[in-house]
Design a protein around this ligand. Structure first.
Ligand SMILES: Cc1cc2nc3c(=O)[nH]c(=O)nc-3n(C[C@H](O)[C@H](O)[C@H](O)COP(=O)(O)OP(=O)(O)OC[C@H]3O[C@@H](n4cnc5c(N)ncnc54)[C@H](O)[C@@H]3O)c2cc1C
Length: 264
């Protein structure tokens, strides 16, 4: 089984978004692997342990995104590739999906691509479906369980989480699968894994290496522009203390106020 995991480096979940001169910034917040993508790499490792083969992590991002790839290597991925190029700056989801598809094609024989269900910063959730479209492969989203994978028969059976239950789907390989929380419990990197990852060479690919038309990526190729980004107005809240000499008196006053406000 040759499995590719797409991971995105994102600001820490505790980071506070700010808008400075219409540009989004998360300040100096630490950068992490997108939390949904941890489920994707864990699933790749579990499948690799069961069926053999290799798990390869790829990311498109700035130079700093190499740290996200080192995390993937530290948990057990076999190889990692960074896709970075000044031309890619300003890429939207279609451009990201196109570039990732070209990288996957360059990797050669791939049976399965795993992604998280969404990135916690961009939040579109579009990349998996668009990637599948570029590759011409089946796309399975919202996957909470891989029930069965048969490399010989080239089939996969998964459970998708629906609003009111689960749906079992079977599909042919190769496939693009986006996973959600609950599919597994992502492992922590081991000390040995971190040491090995710190010494690893991570190849870097630019658009020329991938045969990506520069006109279709970056700000030049983006279908979507962000003309304005603004923060939600801060909600004004009022706090009122209700006083009284006994709990019964306080409760009665509270009830009167809630009735007056038509809450009860
Ligand atoms: C107009 C515009 C300008 C932008 N400019 C920039 C910019 O300058 N620099 C920048 O970094 N981003 C930029 N972005 C955001 C970036 O292109 C997004 O990462 C991309 O659109 C994917 O969308 P998303 O973040 O909503 O990911 P989603 O579709 O929500 O992600 C789903 C899954 O896809 C995979 N995935 C997503 N992105 C990547 C990635 N980059 N590498 C590997 N796997 C991935 C992950 O597994 C993730 O869990 C821009 C977006 C727009 C619309």
């Amino acid at each position: 089984m040759n499995i590719v995991v797409c991971v995105k480096q994102v600001p820490d979940t505790a980071a506070k978004l700010q808008v400075v001169d219409s540009h989004v910034t998360w300040g100096d917040s630490p950068l992490i692997v997108n939390p949904w993508d941890e489920y994707a790499y864990e699933e790749a490792l579990l499948l690799k342990e069961k069926h053999g083969g290799r798990a390869v992590a790829i990311t498109m991002g700035p130079e700093s995104a190499i740290e996200a790839l080192k995390t993937c290597l530290a948990v057990g991925c076999d190889e990692a590739y960074l896709i970075t190029d000044p031309v890619l700056k300003g890429s939207d989801a279609p451009a990201t999906a196109l570039t990732l598809a070209k990288a996957i094609q360059k990797l050669g024989e791939v049976d399965l691509v795993l992604l998280g269900k969404q990135a916690i910063d961009g939040d579109t959730g579009l990349t998996p479906a668009m990637l599948g479209r570029h590759l011409g492969w089946t796309v399975l989203t919202q996957v909470i369980k891989i029930q069965d994978l048969d490399p010989a028969a080239r089939t996969i059976r998964v459970e998708r989480l629906l609003e009111e239950g689960r749906q079992v789907c079977t599909a042919r390989l190769p496939a693009v699968v986006s996973v959600i929380k609950g599919i597994n419990e992502p492992r922590y990197p081991s000390f040995m894994g971190i040491r090995k990852a710190s010494k690893a060479t991570i190849p870097t690919w630019g658009v020329n290496d991938l045969g990506v038309d520069p006109g279709r990526v970056g700000a030049a190729g983006a279908f979507v522009a962000w003309p304005e980004i603004y923060m939600m107005p801060v909600k004004e809240t009022k706090v009122e203390w209700i006083e009284g000499s006994t709990p019964q008196e306080i409760a009665a006053k509270l009830a009167d106020k809630l009735i007056a406000e038509k809450v009860i």
